[in-house]
Design a protein around this ligand. Structure first.
Ligand SMILES: *[C@@H]1O[C@H](CO)[C@@H](O)[C@H](O)[C@H]1NC(C)=O
Ligand SMILES: *[C@@H]1O[C@H](CO)[C@@H](O)[C@H](O)[C@H]1NC(C)=O
Ligand SMILES: *[C@@H]1O[C@H](CO)[C@@H](O)[C@H](O)[C@H]1NC(C)=O
Ligand SMILES: *[C@@H]1O[C@H](CO)[C@@H](O)[C@H](O)[C@H]1NC(C)=O
Ligand SMILES: *[C@@H]1O[C@H](CO)[C@@H](O)[C@H](O)[C@H]1NC(C)=O
Ligand SMILES: [Zn+2]
Length: 506
């Protein structure tokens, strides 16, 4: 392929710069070649040294990509809901599924698992009640006796009884599934004509899932199943943003936040013990940005305490919910500066710049996140409009967690080729790829987002060096201590070498 991966010699750079400022004649082709090489070397992974086997795999990928971009139905140019079946049959996607991708650093607690599992496994368990809300959504609860009715919801129906009356439950199951995800077979732009429409459904789906996943036995199984889905997609470590809600039992009794965090720790340990090539997971405690200042202060206090008491599992703190409609980081400044005022460490992993409302208070979240010493930036979609935030993020290696499918489904970008991360990666800005809420978007694991990044905004310019750099970034920018990162990197390298040799046709 055309891209030469070695760093151009300093003399070439000097020659190019010097001669460009001279009189204009037809440029020397060698000079042109040197310029192109120089520019390509500046991108993420542009200077990665490659083995012969990696080069051969790269040639193969490049040929596949050339074919893919010629397609009239080029998947990254389409809405993911329409593109998904095409992506599934793409050879590049199948390779990306096999590829050891390192870590998923931006994933939310209750959208890790395919909703089909929720319907086919969870709603078929005994004692599962459902009601219909007055805006055609559903709610669930597990209970040993008939639960108290919910406001604006029909009387509770025991699903076991409902299904027993049906000859064929397929339609019911599909309608439940439709309520748990944004994914639809219909035209997504008709179903979700605006950001408001898609966020409304997002919130309804979240509420619908809530009663299922906060039931203690399901909570454990759901998280275990979530780790399984990422592990099957060749992801070896996760940082999960988690609300740590109260978890309930069949008799209505509840467990507190500490129990929830401990359960994450137990299940992670169990999973890791059963899968030695999986490294583990850590939790970023999150709270909704709609709460008031006194609540935020209390939650930050609690986060500091949890971080002190559970240093292994608890990575830090973040706010969730739609940035455009929620309160800004600056609004919560007193609460969020508490840890640094007290000299207590509480790493932040703020969502910031998941917006196209330029110049508003919300749009300042990016700079405020950096002022608050955030460790990474969730989304950073608006970063290109903030040159100062962009340069601080680069200089301090505050990595941007890019979630392409999320940004498309939530209507910040239509054609993935125009995703702003293309610019960030063209200059080796610290970036990781993640999947945010794969179950809500009809995706799973990380591979779909890797596909959109690699084939979509990566174009023909991203190569195997880019993929390798992204996987390594995900480990390097994780919250793990340096000695742990070394271990994960070594584990990753082993799987990577195996992946490369298995796909070496020579
Ligand atoms: C549901 O999931 C649990 C935990 O993963 C598993 O043990 C059980 O067999 C599943 N049940 C069904 C009906 O698939
Ligand atoms: C149940 O209904 C669906 C369509 O709603 C159909 O595709 C499926 O074959 C039916 N299953 C049985 C067992 O009749
Ligand atoms: C949600 O469930 C209700 C009740 O079963 C149903 O009428 C509605 O069509 C479902 N919504 C989706 C998007 O499937
Ligand atoms: C903040 O919110 C909590 C919970 O919703 C409420 O109990 C409390 O009164 C509110 N405080 C203020 C000052 O508004
Ligand atoms: C910034 O955050 C890092 C990581 O949490 C921490 O080590 C450092 O002390 C913090 N610096 C300040 C000034 O708070
Ligand atoms: Zn998110």
């Amino acid at each position: 392929m055309a891209v030469q991966l070695q760093r151009p010699h300093a003399a070439v750079v000097w020659f190019v710069l010097c001669c460009l400022s001279g009189a204009m004649t037809v440029p020397d082709p060698r000079q042109r070649e040197a310029l192109m090489q120089l520019e390509a070397s500046m991108q993420t992974g542009g200077r990665m040294l490659l083995t012969d086997a990696e080069r051969r795999l790269d040639d193969l990928l490049f040929k596949m990509k050339q074919k893919e971009v010629m397609r009239p139905d080029f998947p990254p140019a389409m809405h993911f809901f329409k593109a998904r079946h095409l992506i599934r049959t793409s050879q590049i996607f199948q390779l990306l599924q096999q590829m050891p991708k390192g870590a998923a650093l931006h994933v939310h607690d209750f959208s890790m698992v395919d909703v089909e599992w929720l319907v086919k496994n969870v709603t078929y368990r005994p004692h599962c009640y459902m009601c219909y809300t007055d805006i055609a959504s559903v709610r669930f609860i597990f209970s040993s006796q008939l639960p108290k009715p919910l406001p604006r919801c029909s009387p509770w129906i025991l699903l076991e009884n409902l299904r027993a009356k049906l000859i064929n439950a397929t339609e019911l199951d599909n309608s439940i599934m439709g309520n748990l995800t944004l994914f639809t077979q219909q035209d997504p732009d008709t179903v979700y004509p605006s950001q408001d429409a898609v966020w409304d459904k997002f919130e309804q789906a979240f509420l619908a899932v809530w009663g299922l996943v906060t039931y203690a036995p399901v909570f454990r199984d759901y998280y275990y199943q979530g780790l399984t889905e990422f592990y099957m997609d060749n992801v070896m470590y996760l940082e999960v943003r988690a609300l740590l809600p109260e978890i309930y039992e069949l008799d209505g009794s509840t467990h507190d936040r500490t129990w929830t965090l401990k359960t994450y720790q137990d299940v992670t340990r169990q999973f890791t013990a059963e899968h030695p090539d999986f490294f583990g997971a850590r939790i970023i405690f999150t709270v909704h940005r709609g709460i008031n200042i006194s609540m935020m202060t209390a939650v930050v206090e609690e986060a500091m305490k949890l971080h002190r008491d559970f240093p292994d599992i608890m990575a830090g703190f973040d706010l969730v919910g739609r940035e455009d409609k929620g309160r800004s980081l600056w609004y919560f400044r007193d609460a969020l500066f508490l840890p640094s005022e007290r000299g207590v460490t509480l790493p932040f992993f703020f969502h910031a710049g998941e917006t196209d409302l330029e110049g508003t208070e919300v749009d300042q979240n990016l700079l405020d996140a950096l002022l608050l010493n955030t460790s990474r930036i969730g989304h950073g979609f608006a970063l290109l409009r903030h040159p100062l935030a962009r340069s601080i993020s680069k200089k301090n290696e505050v990595a941007v967690e890019v979630c392409p499918i999320s940004n498309q489904v939530l209507k910040l970008v239509k054609d993935i080729r125009n995703h702003p991360a293309a610019v960030l990666m063209s200059e080796n800005h610290p970036v990781v790829i993640s999947s945010d809420d794969p179950a809500l978007f009809g995706a799973s694991g990380l591979s779909y987002d890797f596909y959109e990044a690699f084939v979509g905004f990566g174009g023909l310019g991203f190569h195997i060096g880019s993929l390798k750099a992204l996987a390594r970034n995900s480990i390097r920018y994780s919250s793990l201590a340096p000695n742990q990162q070394e271990k994960v990197l070594a584990l990753w390298q082993r799987s990577w070498d195996k992946f490369v040799s298995e796909n070496d046709l020579f």
